[in-house]
Design a protein. Structure first.
Length: 256
């Protein structure tokens, strides 16, 4: 009789590689969960995470060795802000509060200059929802009906220009205003031309200070249409003839 040879059982495929592979996948999953949950890039924390995971992945030589640069406060005012752990405020709210505090300090600095030089009430400051406003009354810069900077006002203009220097620079809006008495001259047919010329001439004098950034400035004439007092009295009309300097808050940069 022929002996039947037993067929050898097929050898099982070696599946030992699945264990380290599963470990690597678990580590990568944990990494992406941590990165996704992070609402703000923190350089120190990011480096710590990178070192921890790289030590697990082949002793420190892994995909996290090359990191994208972290944006600093110099390029983005919100880069170093994170949620307040005590109040729970968002980074945007923290940024706005910090910016408002800086504007208030700025206002105190300008008010001190005004008081020390006896310029009140011809110069005043006012904190508004649009920013810090410096109000320059009639007689400080211009004669009535004129947009030519008065001789002798150069010192005040120079001091104001120095007070406007910030790092980083803020947006500055120069606004010209008149009363409701028509200008009616060949040079300034209406109050639109007069208010605009006053704003532009004052801005040009400020920008003689080379520490200011021209790209951060703009000038606008509002004619008689934004009064702060009644035009029915001489005193009210004098209040309305003014130049205002608006120092804007920083805008929060958002990714599109």
């Amino acid at each position: 009789m022929k002996l039947k040879r037993k067929k050898k059982h097929e050898e099982h495929v070696d599946e030992a590689w699945l264990l380290p592979y599963a470990d690597v996948l678990t580590l990568l999953l944990a990494l992406f969960i941590v990165l996704f949950a992070s609402s703000q890039v923190d350089a120190k924390k990011f480096n710590a995470i990178a070192e921890s995971f790289n030590s697990e992945l082949q002793g420190g030589s892994g995909v996290l060795d090359e990191q994208a640069p972290v944006e600093s406060f110099e390029t983005s005012p919100t880069a170093e802000l994170s949620e307040d752990p005590v109040t729970g405020e968002s980074p945007e709210e923290v940024f706005e509060a910090k910016d408002q505090e800086e504007l208030l300090d700025f206002q105190n600095k300008i008010d001190t200059y005004i008081d020390e030089n006896g310029l009140a009430p011809r110069l005043q400051t006012d904190m508004t929802r649009k920013g810090l406003k410096i109000i320059i009354k009639e007689g400080v810069l211009f004669e009535s009906g004129s947009a030519t900077i008065l001789k002798g006002s150069e010192k005040i203009t120079d001091e104001i220009s120095n007070l406007l220097i910030t790092d980083p620079p803020r947006m500055i809006f120069i606004e010209g205003h008149t009363d409701n008495v028509p200008a009616g001259t060949a040079e300034y047919p209406t109050n639109w031309e007069l208010s605009s010329a006053r704003a532009i001439n004052f801005m040009r004098n400020l920008l003689e200070n080379d520490k200011l950034s021209p790209q951060k400035f703009s000038a606008t004439g509002y004619s008689q249409y934004q009064p702060i007092a009644s035009n029915d009295t001489p005193e009210g009309r004098a209040e309305n003839r003014r130049v205002e300097v608006l120092i804007s808050p920083f805008e929060i940069e958002t990714e599109e």
